[in-house]
Design a protein around this ligand. Sequence first.
Ligand code: GDG
Length: 452
Amino acid sequence: MARLVIVSNRVPSPREVTQAAGGLTVGLADAIRGQPSLWFGWSGGTDGVDGTDPAPGITVQDNVTYATIPLSERQLKGFYQGFSNGILWPVCHYRVGLMNYSRDELETYLEVNRLYARALAPLLQPDDTIWVQDYQLFPLGEALRAEGVNARIGFFLHIPFPPEQLFRAMPGADLLLRDLAAYDLIGVQTEQDAGNLRGALRAVGVERPVGAFPIGIDPESFARQAARGENTREMGRFLDALGGRSLILGVDRLDYSKGIPERFRGFDRLLKRFPEHRNKVSFLQIAPVSRGDVAEYQALRRELDELAGRINGEWAEIDWLPLRYITRPISRKVLASVHRHAQIGLVTPLRDGMNLVAKEYVAAQNPADPGVLILSRFAGAAPELGDALLVNPLDPDEIAEALDQALRMGRDERVTRWTGMNTAIHAATAASWAADFLRALGETPDPRGAVA
Ligand code: GDG
């Protein structure tokens, strides 16, 4: 039977695959469940040695082989913290000004992609279909072709693809675009990303199929979790602390693409302009720290610490804390039921590939009395979730007005809007995302030429 080979920088443990929680793992776990598979990527270790090709560590569980290799400290720094997260991430999120370009890091990025290709190629079988995930691995397809791999190779980009001029402001951009020619199919999240990428490929003379495959969640399982967590002791304590006030909820990795300071400013404007909500609402922001070793992320954390302190200092009363701000991760079960209890899901990225939190908020609602989603129009999820209150997060007054509208919204309108969004999250799930991409990849012309 033909195998599916998934390549992603981080490889989940077999346990994570069986209990898949996040959208990406859910979708891919579903895809590999049906067939023998190989999952390849970084081991998480930095015991690699420069100039030496490490032998992959192999684990087999059920019908999945997990193969991983370590990197050296230098490789990880240049490839991952450096080029992937310090250069490509800001550029793809339209933030060229935050890019810290260094040629050295570009070279290490290309070097690690070639290292992955050399380690993976000997593990491949002729009938394999290969699916490469995300921005850390743009050049992997080309590096695999250089190793003589002629199987079908697909690529999916989880983050936005910016307009051509913006992407090509990044040194090395044309090189990465030309490398994309090695893929048989390139998937992105939205039609807008697809249009941008086609424009950029055209500019460097590459013609390749590009399609939009919006990723989703497993809505049933998230809804079940949300209902189940309701009666836990932790939720009981939380509801006591809320004291019957309306809950506004934000959940994001602590990342500058997520618009968290903008959201805090919007909440601040709400309390200033609409005094009737003072002491009647409570805003909970869960923002587990991520990429704490990149300077821009440290600066963001300082900014949020200051903003949160100022907002609470200005508005709190002895019996009311307006803003709760947590930088540790919360368990998935508690998270799901907190979503269910929130009258408002506040999701305000400045740019986001998709944003699964918005979809999780919808899935977690009580259908008889659902809350309101306020969503940035710059999230990849916005075209699907048009029944949310869509805002431009750069305008704090717009956020404040949407919050006021949501807090006053009657049940009928909430049910109508939620029903539309709930239909959308069931129409494109994590499982259908993977299945649709793989079907389209299978329909591309066989790169080995026509075999009768
Ligand atoms: C990238 C793209 C795209 C968050 N805090 C906690 C927690 N989470 C979970 C959420 C959600 C996931 O993390 C975040 O997913 P997002 O899609 O919102 O964002 P990224 O991490 O930036 O993901 C994005 C995605 O890839 C998939 O293609 O949608 O645009 O940037 O599932 O619930 N989970 C737990 N505790 C937390 O504190 N347990």
